[in-house]
Design a protein around this ligand. Structure first.
Ligand SMILES: C[S@@+](CC[C@H](N)C(=O)[O-])C[C@H]1O[C@@H](n2cnc3c(N)ncnc32)[C@H](O)[C@@H]1O
Length: 401
């Protein structure tokens, strides 16, 4: 079967990174889709190459839609604070959750906003979630979740849910505050009008995208964000370019370096909302956990210097240089989980399968050693907890290995 052509189509159409894990899942997905449509794999492949709708349907379940309520809550609180200030300034802020999977992320934000502002004012914000995976979007609209989605949830969150069988359904009031659309983040980003968004959540999506696609996305987000807005990524996502964004005080959050004047502080009563939903497009490596803020010319016996150097090289696509620097970091601090994580990640990025194999072993061993620590402890030189780093390792092994 011409699976290679399909992979190529997914890369050029949606920016998906070509890697062996994706190829394996794609094969399984095409086989299942062919069986359910009483067609051969060859016929489905040819159809998908001709018809965007079929290609889009093949992306269902292709990626790991791993998410949960209040994930990296400090980032969501930053966005909620910004949105709250805008609403109190009588503005109508607009937030886009790009790659929202089954909706836990944008719903978490809607819940935090209601807690901060009350029901009436919270409704002034528009929150839109989009995802390539149509099944995930349907699940997001249904807003019915099992216990895995609440794995780090505080007790108070249960007030927003009602039991539905053995699951929990989000109250209709919050459901009504988030709109979902199926779509490719690259197309959607291009479709937003300039400066119309107050916050973009782009967390744990870049891991599926090629470097070029991520760069394209960052450039579009710099255009569509209000100068006072924020781009939020997972601490393990590649950072946006420094000429376009500047880091905020919260790890993984960035403000645009815009020379445009900021928007007027107040909106006349009754004025239309600033942003409109872009037309639905036809069919439709992680930064530093917490990049140590250290001088790259710092001391050569400080593992954080090597860690930062390796992370930069990795973000620039130089996996060979990154491996050498991160090896030095691990040599200097063999018990430092962040150095070991990054060394493993750099190895998984290698074009040589033996090096990738070593990366898998390195990450597997790191996970075993993390399992001996309390899940809520923080790892050294990083903002993640032990449990979060273990989740990240699972994710990396699934996606990159
Ligand atoms: C790991 S989930 C992240 C969910 C949520 N943002 C979070 O961090 O909890 C990644 C999601 O990105 C979506 N995705 C990947 N590539 C995409 C693309 N080109 N356009 C839209 N969504 C995409 C996948 O379908 C998946 O649901």
């Amino acid at each position: 079967m011409s699976l290679g052509l399909l992979e190529q189509a997914l890369a050029s159409r949606y920016g998906l990174m070509r890697e062996p894990g994706l190829a394996r899942r794609l094969r399984r997905r095409v086989e299942a889709y062919a069986a359910s449509h009483a067609a051969t794999v060859e016929v489905i492949t040819q159809r998908a190459l001709r018809d965007d709708q079929v290609l889009a349907a093949l992306t269902c379940g292709l990626m790991v839609g791993e998410t949960y309520f209040l994930r990296h809550h400090e980032q969501l609180e930053l966005v909620a604070g910004l949105v709250r200030s805008a609403i109190l300034d009588t503005l109508r802020p607009f937030v886009w959750s790009a790659g929202c999977a089954t909706g836990e992320e944008p719903y978490s934000l809607a819940i935090l906003l209601e807690r901060a502002l009350g029901q009436t004012l919270a409704g002034q914000a528009t929150i839109v979630g989009t995802d390539l995976d149509g099944d995930a979007v349907v699940a997001a609209e249904a807003a019915t979740y099992g216990s895995w989605s609440f794995r780090r949830a505080p007790v108070w969150l249960s007030a927003y849910f009602e039991p539905l069988g053995d699951q929990q359904q989000l109250t209709s009031r919050i459901r009504g505050r988030v709109r979902f659309e199926r779509g490719n983040v690259l197309d959607t980003a291009e479709a937003w009008p300039k400066g119309c968004l107050d916050a973009v959540l782009f967390r744990n999506v870049a891991i599926y995208l090629s470097e070029e696609a991520t760069a394209r996305f960052h450039a579009e987000v710099a255009r569509v964000l209000d100068p006072s807005g924020v781009l939020v990524q997972s601490p393990s996502d590649p950072p946006p370019p420094r000429n376009l964004f500047t880091p905020s005080r919260v790890v993984g959050a960035f403000h645009p370096r815009s020379k445009r004047p900021t928007r007027p502080k107040a909106r006349p009563a009754g004025a239309p909302t600033k942003a409109v939903m872009p037309p639905t497009p036809t069919p439709p490596t992680p930064t530093p956990q917490s990049a140590p803020s250290c001088d790259l010319d710092g001391r050569a016996d400080d593992e954080r210097v090597w860690l930062a150097r390796g992370q930069r090289k990795l973000a620039a696509g130089d996996s060979v240089g990154a491996i050498a620097d991160l090896r030095s970091a691990v040599f200097l601090a063999p018990d430092n989980a962040t150095c070991r994580l990054w060394f493993g990640i750099a190895q998984l990025e290698s074009s040589e399968s033996t090096v990738r194999g070593r990366g898998r072993v390195m990450l597997g061993r790191l996970k075993e050693s993390l399992a001996l620590r309390p899940g809520d402890a923080h790892v050294e030189d990083g903002d993640a907890s032990v449990a979060e780093m273990m989740d990240l390792i699972d994710h990396l092994l699934e996606v990159l290995a």
